[in-house]
Design a binder for this molecule. Structure first.
Ligand code: NAD
Length: 370
């Protein structure tokens, strides 16, 4: 029997608890059918934590997150908490998790399921079969660099400054994540920066190349300027396997790539930290979407982004590739079979609720597992 896997589930607000309920269903299925055992703890984050504890995440929950092998989060926020002071806002809970866990690598896959290929705004032949992974550096760069601020100048005008700053260890550690991932996928990494106009881009390019040459020579590496990458993503996205880039460019390019797939309810993500002395890597998995207050509590939410985030958790935190494949294949088959939640509804398909979609996934997993 494999050792217990410590999983902390933080459903959060809005549709978070609804979509996380379907992950629970899949976990139950796996414990019954796959002899996988999870040590699952559940906690509060965001508005839900504020309502009970007066803070968007308690120290106790934070400690549980640091001890867990993986954290699975729904989403946080909503109009109920919009007027809270900055420090109490639901988003602060998520930001503290990301900061304290030092989650420096954000993984955003953009996968087009055949059944949804016509949901994209791009031509079907451009995106059919798309499967790319964007690795964004998440804790450095211009969003954190000093000096920063807005100052009044003597002539009455104002001046704003942000600083793009990267060190070699920051670049090397995210490059390693990208090369390791590529090794499990199409074995190609495209590193993206603006080395033509930014010194931080020159350093980025040199360091990624160094990591490649010394540690990952077997992976194909190319370099591209960020503006060209934005164009290539909408012109011919299938040319990419893994893209690795900094915080600012990654922010934009991952949203561009997300829209190639056409639906927010289908997009998973992972954020990874450093590997510690025992070989454990802190990790947080969450859907890209928010709390969808407009549909919360109505059983309309698409649980697939969260289920696919759990599949990433199985793959990257627990080395359970076969089980991750099972969830992803089940999702593909359910969509091929014509079931749709409201957000991905198409003419002639069957519209189903959050829980019916979840049931269909475990039903399909039943068939696949034989
Ligand atoms: P949103 O992602 O919550 O919703 C945008 C639109 O997409 C809505 O129409 C919503 O109904 C729909 N949608 C989103 N996820 C869906 C799903 N799984 N199934 C079906 N439809 C889905 O973004 P928003 O409306 O800008 O933000 C709402 C709240 O969520 C805000 O409080 C915001 O701060 C918060 N938010 C949280 C996160 C996070 O926790 N990571 C991310 C984004 C937004």
């Amino acid at each position: 029997m494999p050792a217990n896997k410590r999983l902390l589930i933080l459903p959060g607000d809005g549709i978070g608890p609804e979509v996380m309920g379907e992950v629970r269903r899949v976990i139950d299925w796996m414990e019954k059918r796959r002899a996988a055992t999870f040590d699952v703890k559940e906690g509060l984050v965001g508005g839900a934590a504020y309502d009970v504890h007066g803070t968007p995440i308690t120290d106790e929950t934070m400690a549980q997150a640091m001890e867990a092998d993986a954290v699975l989060l729904g989403a946080v926020g909503g109009p109920k908490w919009d007027d809270l002071p900055f420090a109490d806002k639901p988003e602060r809970g998520l930001l503290r998790l990301r900061k304290d866990m030092d989650l420096f690598a954000n993984l955003r896959p953009a996968v087009v399921f055949d059944a949804l290929a016509d949901a994209s705004t791009l031509k079907e032949e451009v995106i059919r079969g798309l499967d790319i992974m964007i690795v964004r550096e998440l804790t450095g760069g211009i969003y954190f660099g000093e000096p920063r601020g807005i100052e009044d100048l003597p002539d009455g005008t104002r001046r704003a400054v942000n600083t793009q700053v990267y060190t070699t260890p920051e670049i090397q550690r995210v490059a390693r994540v990208a090369f390791e991932l590529a090794g499990k996928r199409g074995n190609r990494v495209c590193s993206v920066e603006k080395a033509n106009v930014m010194e931080s881009g020159v350093l980025w390019r040199e360091e990624v190349q160094k990591v490649h040459d010394t540690e990952f020579a077997g992976v194909e590496l190319s370099h591209m300027y960020a503006d060209n990458c934005a164009m290539q993503l909408v012109r011919n996205p299938k040319q990419f396997d893994v893209i690795v880039t900094d915080n600012l460019f990654g922010d934009m390019l991952s949203d561009t790539a997300a829209m190639l797939t056409g639906s927010l309810g289908m997009l998973p993500s992972a954020s990874l930290g450093a590997v510690d002395g025992s070989g454990r890597r802190l990790a947080l998995y969450e859907p890209v979407h928010g709390t969808a207050p407009d549909i919360a509590g109505k059983g309309l939410a698409n649980p697939l982004a969260t289920l696919l985030s759990f599949a990433m958790c199985l793959r990257y935190s627990f080395d359970m590739d076969e089980d991750a494949d099972l969830i992803e294949t089940a999702a593909r088959k359910v969509l091929d079979g014509g079931l749709r939640t409201a957000d991905i509804m198409q003419p002639g398909k069957a519209r189903v609720s959050t829980s019916v979609m979840g049931e269909a996934i475990t039903g399909e997993m039943d068939k696949l597992a034989g």
